[in-house]
Structures are given as C-alpha cells and as structure tokens.
Write a protein that binds this ligand. Structure first.
Ligand code: SF4
Length: 209
C-alpha cells in the first residue's frame, strides 16, 4: 500500500487558507516542549493556536509536571506571528492504564501505543469541539519512532466523530525533527530519554543496562 504524503496535504490546506486570508483556530495536542518547538515555529505563521497538554500516559507525576512546565516555558520564550495559548488537560493516569490494559509488555510502536494515541486524540477532538476550533492536530507526528500513517488515520476518524477537521501532518518531513533538536538546544529544553509511560521508561532502562 502506498504511503500517503501528509505533509503535502498540510501544504495544500495552508495554501488554500492563505489564499483566502483565513487564519483558522487550531487546537494542537502537545506531548512535550521539544516536539512542540518546531511545530509551533512552523504552524503559528498560519494558525491561531491553542495548545492542549493532555498526556495521562506520562509517569511519574513529577515527570508530567516537569514536561508541562517546560512546555509553558517554551511558549513564554518563543515569538509568534499569531496567538499561542495553552490549556492543561486533566492528569488521570488511571485513564491511560485502563486504555492499555493487557498491552503492558508491548514494545514501543506496538498495540499499546495505538491505544495511547486514541486516548489522547479523542480527548483533543472533544476539547477542540468545546473550544470551537476549526482544526485539531498533534505534535506526535514529528517523532521518527511514531507511525504518522496510524496517527493520521486515528485523527481523521476521531475528527469525523466530533465534527472537527483533523489537520493532517507529518512534521518530521521538511527536516522538522532536526529543526526541533536545534530549537531544543537554543531554548535549553529538557529532552527526556523515554517516550512517557512507565513501560517505555522500563524498556529504556533495560536498554541502557
Ligand atoms: S511508549 Fe509512548 S506512545 Fe507508546 S504507550 Fe507509552 S507513552 Fe504512549
């Protein structure tokens, strides 16, 4: 099956909105500051952005709060053409553990991650609907370790369910991931060495032992 070029779709949406001089309202689900850096630098030229920090998958609570504070610090330091604000999602790890029950031993990139994406994108779509956003998207597609095809498929279906347009993306294209490393260094952002959940922390510890 041919892979869809989601960056090309995003280029088309941006071009169409720019042609019509429209600056749509975008809810951008953010996983962490390093991944947000490039996405914000890029998207804030074309959208008014509300960042939705919803990540009940992150363990431990201290780590969650640290990543959230880094996200807020980044927003306060960067300069944007259009407005960028942030909404904190609820932090209920139990929601994550219920969603991935039975998949604790899956490797990163496996079935557990699919459930994790669904959980976070469903909450994002709901919030985007509540805040009357034109689109919603996620920074998750910047990671070379995450399946952008799967994330976009889930996003599109979830958007249809809540009546909010999904903004297709593959932020690692156009050197997005590399740029996020440059920006992370520039803003001295904390770059974690595991994805977020306790299982990814366990696997990263095992790999370094
Ligand atoms: S490895 Fe990352 S994406 Fe996968 S379940 Fe854990 S936190 Fe979620």
């Amino acid at each position: 099956m041919n892979k869809i070029n989601y960056q090309k779709i995003l280029d088309g949406i941006i071009e169409e909105n720019s042609k019509n001089e429209i600056v749509p309202k975008l809810l951008l689900h953010a996983c962490c500051a390093p991944c947000s850096s490039y996405c914000l630098e890029y998207l804030s030229n074309f959208f008014e952005i509300i960042i939705f920090y919803y990540n009940p998958n992150i363990s431990l609570k201290e780590e969650y709060e640290y990543r959230l504070n880094e996200e807020k610090r980044l927003i306060s330091l960067m300069e944007f053409k259009n407005s960028v604000t942030i909404v904190d999602g609820e932090y209920n790890p139990i929601d994550f553990y219920s969603a991935v029950k039975g998949l604790e031993n899956e490797p990163e990139g496996g079935k557990r991650c699919e459930k994790c994406f669904r959980l976070r994108l469903e909450a994002s779509a709901k919030m985007a609907q509540e805040l009357e956003c034109d689109y919603f998207a996620t920074t998750l597609t910047i990671s070379p370790l995450k399946n952008a095809q799967l994330i976009n498929t889930i996003g599109e279906l979830t958007g249809q369910k809540y009546g909010v347009k999904w903004l297709f993306s593959d932020f690692k294209k156009k050197e997005g991931y590399k740029r996020s490393i440059v920006l992370s260094n520039e803003y001295k952002l904390y770059r974690q060495n595991y994805c977020g959940c306790i299982f990814s922390k366990r696997d990263s510890n095992n790999n370094t032992n």
